[in-house]
Write a protein that binds this ligand. Sequence first.
Ligand SMILES: [Zn+2]
Length: 293
Amino acid sequence: MDSKLEKRFRERAVELGNSGDPSALTELIQLTRSPVANVRRLAASAIGKLAGIADANRAVSALVPMLRDAKPQVRQYAVKALKAQGVAAKCALSDLRDIAISPVEKDYNHRDAKLAVETIEEALRIKEKQAVHCCQRCGVELEHDEFARSQKAFQRPFCNYCFDEVFMERRNFETKVELQKKIRAKDGTWVQSIGERLICEALDSQRIRYRYDERFRILDGYAIRPDFYLPEHDIYIEYWGMDSADYKIGMLKKQKLYQQQGKKLISLYPDDKPRINEILREKIENFNRKETP
Ligand SMILES: [Zn+2]
């Protein structure tokens, strides 16, 4: 892009951010996709300035992918702009928590991400205190402990009476995934296989923080769900437990995707079970050694 045009886009981003006009968001979202990092950075900053004015959900949807921008300063302004969105940025919390401790992230991004997490969590707490919750089934106003109990079990508000009724119904219709998680690791995590349980316990005994079975978007538009993610090391772990042909095709596709994205993946197999502690330690050390030449 020639420098005159680039300058025009940069100025336009700043101008839109100062406009106080909610409709400026559409053009700013387009600017977040600019090939020029400085334009993307200023667009993120401008979206932050429109927090409370423009549609918060649209703003958040545009900002979250920017947390994976190749340029750290673009990520920084996306973090700051998400912080400004308050409760609407709830869905960005796990990404922000990862940035706050990622070993491959800049210190200023550690700091700003931590601050953003605190701000969004505080906004959520305040909203929670103010909210009046009613039973979704019978409409009665809920006591705080009724709300907490049903929210925890169903992510829905039910009074104690309806809770018991719904609980009985639900017991027969548990989701497939949750039913498959029948095995409990020592730290309380429910998993799907002995192999996964051994991985949990190996990580736990080595005091390595992990997240199990969460949804991550690695590639734009391509959802991938790793078995384990180690936020302190930025490493993914997949346990390839089954043996059918379909499963193997999925495995190769998935392994390739990690590779294409430059993500660090540790693959573990049933044969690794007897030595899982040592194998994990070696593989994590190998990745860390490559990074510090
Ligand atoms: Zn009820």
